[in-house]
Write a protein that binds this ligand. Structure first.
Ligand code: GAR
Length: 197
């Protein structure tokens, strides 16, 4: 059973969807730890209510990013995490962290990368006037929203879409695609698997 460590910052709907897929047997994995970098994240309160091993680890409580991420690594390793899943984790991971879990960190981003990296990708898509957008699940490397792509799903942009309506349409797909990508990782069919140690 693939052991997951899930990092969140906010709402946590992807975390909830993954939990649901695991509960119903659709995803053969185990959530070993949930870490939020935001004490007020609704996803954190939800995870604790579910009885998941969930905690806030806050950057300001540490004197440097390196020390903060060292703590994250310690917790992930103590919990025997095999795959780190970023689920709306809104911070850039440092090199030592990425090296420690090379090809074992994945992220979901609400655009068809390499288009619309960074913040507000749905707003960027609307501003660009594209007729399709979507989501990308990818391995995390040292860049921002770069790294080998595991899967992508196209989502149409409709006339009259606002950032909210487009985000909702993409999010609905995120909730099935993230589990699918984790299943691919577990079955070692995800691109980049050859490089895994
Ligand atoms: C999701 O749409 C996710 O793709 C996005 O944040 C949202 C988190 O929602 N992530 C990024 O933009 C990362 N660059 P959630 O907290 O409800 O899962």
């Amino acid at each position: 059973m693939l052991k997951l460590g899930i990092l969140i910052s906010g709402r946590g709907s992807n975390l909830m969807a993954l939990h649901q897929h695991i509960q119903t047997g659709g995803l053969k994995a185990q959530i070993c730890i949930v870490i939020s970098n935001n004490a007020d994240a609704p996803g954190l309160a939800w995870a604790q209510k579910q009885g998941l091993n969930a905690m806030a680890v806050l950057r300001p409580d540490f004197s440097s990013k390196a020390e903060y991420e060292h703590k994250l690594l310690e917790l992930l390793k103590q919990n025997h995490v095999e795959l780190v899943v970023l689920a709306g984790y809104m911070a850039i991971l440092g090199k030592p962290f990425i090296q420690a879990f090379r090809n074992r960190i994945i992220n979901i981003h609400p655009s068809l990368l390499p288009a619309f990296r960074g913040l507000h990708p749905q707003r960027q898509a609307l501003a660009a006037g594209v007729k399709v957008s979507g989501l990308t699940v990818h391995f995390v490397d040292e860049g921002v929203d770069t790294g080998p792509i595991i899967l992508q799903q196209i989502v149409p942009v409709l006339d009259g879409d606002t950032e909210e309506t487009l985000s909702e349409r993409i999010l609905k797909e995120e909730h099935t695609c993230y589990a699918q990508a984790i299943e691919m990782f577990a079955k070692k069919t995800a691109l980049g698997a050859d490089e895994r140690t």
